[in-house]
Design a protein around this ligand. Structure first.
Ligand SMILES: Cc1ncc(COP(=O)(O)O)c(C=O)c1O
Length: 306
């Protein structure tokens, strides 16, 4: 049977075919869910799967759920254990993606965050590349603005807010680009990609928008900052980025659990650098791909053996 075979649903691990929700579910009607995306990586050399920074993802889920007043009755470490159990049953021999989802499971009519039942499910699915990380992709500035913290907080990874991402990504693809770059409504600074954070290199400085620029506080973003901070020849700065700075950047890349480290070759038809993956992006990408399969001892605390 093809993956996925199981889901954690309504308090237990059951065959995924039996994990069904009622059509009246509040989260389906009004987008009142908060989710995570976690990767597990298959190391071909050691024939072992490792999850990457799973505990941090669950900590973020618990915190972000508070924004939607969803109380998760499991601790991050219990959620890690449940996920491990699920992955061990799936027995993946390829890269996979884990999708935890906390949500308003009540059946009442009306968009509100109180007085509803709440629940959480987890499933996993095989996932190779989300973006082709071997090539420098083409991106366009989206005509759709990023939703702001005071409308639907992007920080919270709210299921309903991904309509915004879907509009951006679809527009980009329909116009012949690989991905969308999104500006914030407030001051129209660069926010992020449709579902990934962005880094710019200018004069050996790695620059990324601060967490107050309507972005998801990405765990891969945090990983990149940590890795680059330990490289003596690279400075890391968090500051707002103007749209036209991207046109004159030395290098640009997206990062995210799905996107991994994805070099950008052009923005709005302006070539970035020489249009190929830049040297700093390459260094970070090479290191990242070794770390996630637990081949760098210094960072092995981020990897959990399945
Ligand atoms: C809007 C958005 N920004 C950034 C990211 C990257 O976050 P992370 O590195 O935690 O996966 C994601 C998710 O992958 C996302 O959906």
């Amino acid at each position: 049977m093809a993956h996925p075979k199981y889901a954690f649903f309504e308090g237990k691990i059951i065959p995924i075919k039996e994990a069904r929700i009622d059509i009246r579910t509040n989260a389906l009607q009004y987008g009142t869910g908060v989710f995570e995306g976690i990767r597990s990586y298959w190391n071909k050399n050691t024939k072992t799967s490792y999850t990457f920074r799973m505990a941090e993802h669950f900590q973020r889920l618990i915190l972000n759920s508070k924004i939607l007043m969803i109380e998760i009755k499991y601790s991050a470490s219990e959620l890690c254990d449940l996920t491990m159990e699920l992955l061990r049953k799936e027995k993946y021999t390829e890269d996979a993606y884990i999708r935890p989802f906390s949500y308003n499971s009540g059946l009442n009519i009306g968009p509100k965050l109180i007085g509803n039942d709440q629940d959480l499910f987890i499933y996993s699915i095989p996932l190779g590349m989300y973006l082709d990380t071997n090539k420098a992709i083409s991106v366009c500035t989206s005509s759709w603005d990023r939703i702001s913290d005071n409308s639907i907080p992007p920080r919270a990874k709210i299921s309903g807010s991904y309509v915004n991402a879907a509009l951006q990504k679809t527009e980009a693809i329909m116009n012949g680009y690989d991905e969308a770059l999104v500006l914030s409504t407030d001051g129209r600074h660069v926010s992020e990609g449709s579902a990934m954070n962005i880094f710019m290199v200018r004069n050996d400085t790695l620059i990324t928008p601060p967490v107050t620029n309507d972005i998801l506080e990405g765990i891969t973003r945090d990983t990149v900052i940590e890795l680059a901070s330990r490289m003596d020849d690279i400075k890391v700065v968090e500051r707002p980025i103007d749209r036209t700075e991207l046109y004159i950047a030395d290098e640009l890349f997206f990062c995210g659990t799905g996107a991994q480290i994805s070099p950008i070759g052009s923005v709005d038809k302006r070539t970035v650098g020489n249009g190929e993956m830049g040297p700093i992006t390459r260094r970070i990408q090479e290191l990242y791909f070794k770390i996630v399969i637990n081949e760098v001892e210094e960072y092995s605390h981020w990897c959990k053996k399945v």
